[in-house]
Design a protein around this ligand. Structure first.
Ligand SMILES: [Zn+2]
Length: 71
């Protein structure tokens, strides 16, 4: 998988150029606790929102998520 600064993302499944669907806010914390292994201390901050950029492959419809807002 490649994610460069031009915004071009290649599908790891079929190699097509993925299309950005923009940034979505994912809720973490609260009652589930299932985010801890993925996000560590972020999940321990309590309930919060993590911004993730969503990419969709137009060819095979695979979805990739990238953390947004972290340079
Ligand atoms: Zn694909």
């Amino acid at each position: 998988m490649q994610h460069d600064r031009t915004g071009s993302v290649k599908c790891s499944n079929c190699g097509a150029t993925m299309e950005s669907q923009g940034v979505e806010q994912f809720r973490v914390g609260g009652t589930t606790g299932g985010w801890k292994p993925l996000f560590g201390e972020w999940a321990e901050l309590g309930e919060g929102m993590i911004p993730m950029e969503v990419y969709v492959c137009p060819q095979c419809r695979k979805i990739e998520l990238f953390l947004a807002g972290r340079e």
